[in-house]
Design a protein around this ligand. Structure first.
Ligand code: NAD
Ligand code: TYD
Length: 354
């Protein structure tokens, strides 16, 4: 039975990954280490709380003693590091926590994995081990109208978030190049789907539209993101962990580029029709001040993962957005719970000057 340390899996992608893996592998152990920051939500995991294949541990990936103890207890085969501060807007107001979790946290996981898996006397790594870093296309910076991010594109991050993720990627490769650690890095485009915290574009807009709140579109609304349904991302991570070539980076995306304003208008049209609510129309759109340093366009070239591992995105955007809106409509209580309390304060602070 394979044993995984999965971090940050009370958040959006990690939660989806836990369900994906439990469904796919009858025999598996997932030890889920999550600090439960504002973005982590134990309610996400209630459908597997009685499943002995999933063990939740509340804690910080920066905590050396804790992570060392987990390696001693479980003798992991894999580390899959999802844990991160993940929101660009928050990184602009508070960069330090991004350096701590995304940078120092990653180095701590790498060091603990090395201590557990590397025999310094024989200078060999234990068989069958791998460290996988879940990174982002944002480390490549911003594209103009043409071209795509390839694995060979130089790193050129702009935001404090993407800079901290790029730094983490470099440490992962440093552990591979210096110590021979078995690693992979995945760099994925924007995800959407169930359990995403409503500070990110799609769930924020769904929530605002439902409540007839203004829809804050940054700048001219023509920034482009390459949207990927979260389950397709989970599948890619599993494939890379179990088949990726040692020391390689894999870009994950599906040629599904859309300008932000298209996304917002799609959500308006869908909810207008589904809720039969004439109070929902494009008059809710409010163009607001642009994000500082706002990257113009992201676009992934996924040729490598397709050719080497046979991965492709199964969910077209037209289907994925319907599944996503279905989920949020069916999980009103989840949305109410995550938007009560601190979320209101966050929203007022973040959008008051926009
Ligand atoms: P998220 O913000 O929804 O979840 C992050 C999780 O990490 C939360 O559960 C949080 O409690 C936990 N966490 C934060 N700091 C921690 C710490 N110090 N120790 C332990 N746990 C901690 O993020 P997400 O959208 O699920 O993203 C997961 C990963 O995927 C991140 O590494 C992110 O950079 C990457 N990624 C995200 C996207 C996207 O579109 N969401 C795209 C590409 C890559
Ligand atoms: P976001 O979901 O924060 O992801 P990222 O910045 O990591 O790509 O934002 C996606 C796009 O939507 C980005 O171009 C910024 C834009 N955006 C808005 O226009 N309004 C908003 O309220 C938010 C949160 C994002």
């Amino acid at each position: 039975m394979k044993k995984y340390l999965v971090t940050g899996c009370a958040g959006f992608i990690g939660t989806n990954f836990v369900y994906y893996m439990l469904k796919k592998y009858p025999e598996i152990l997932l030890v889920n280490l999550d600090k439960l920051t504002y973005a982590g939500n134990l309610e996400n995991l209630k459908d597997c709380e009685d499943d002995p294949r999933h063990v939740f541990v509340q804690g910080d990936i920066c905590d050396k003693e804790l992570v060392t103890g987990l390696f001693e207890k479980y003798d992991f085969d894999y580390v899959i590091n999802f844990a991160a501060e993940s929101h660009v807007d928050r990184s602009i107001t508070n960069p330090e926590t991004f350096v701590e979790t995304n940078g120092m946290g990653t180095v701590n996981l790498l060091q603990c994995a090395k201590n557990a898996w590397y025999d310094s006397e024989t200078k060999t790594w234990a068989e069958g081990k791998k460290y996988c870093q879940v990174s982002t296309d944002e480390v490549y910076g911003s594209l103009g109208a043409d071209g795509y991010f390839m694995e060979t594109t130089p790193l050129c991050p702009h935001s404090p978030y993407s800079s901290s993720k790029a730094s983490a990627d470099m440490f992962v490769m440093a552990y591979h190049d210096t110590y021979g650690m078995p690693v992979n890095i995945t760099r994925c485009s924007n995800n959407y789907g169930p359990y995403q915290f409503p500070e990110k574009l799609i769930p924020l807009m769904i929530n605002n539209v439902k409540n007839h709140k203004k829809l804050p579109v940054y700048g001219d609304g023509m920034n482009v993101r390459d949207w990927l349904y979260v389950e397709d991302h989970c599948k890619a991570i599993d494939m890379v962990a179990n088949g990726g070539r040692d020391g390689e980076v894999y870009n994950v995306g599906g040629h599904n580029e859309r300008p932000n304003i298209f996304i917002v208008k799609t959500i308006i049209a869908q909810l207008h029709d589904r809720l039969k609510d004439d109070g929902i129309d494009e008059g809710l759109i409010q163009y607001v001040a642009d994000r500082l340093g706002h990257d113009r366009r992201y676009g992934i070239d996924p040729t490598k993962i397709k050719e080497e591992l046979g991965w492709y995105p199964e969910t077209p955007f037209e289907k994925g957005i319907v599944l996503t809106i279905d989920w949020y409509l069916e999980h009103e209580e989840w949305m109410n719970n995550v938007t009560s309390g601190n979320y209101q304060k966050y929203y007022e602070e973040m959008y008051k000057n926009k």
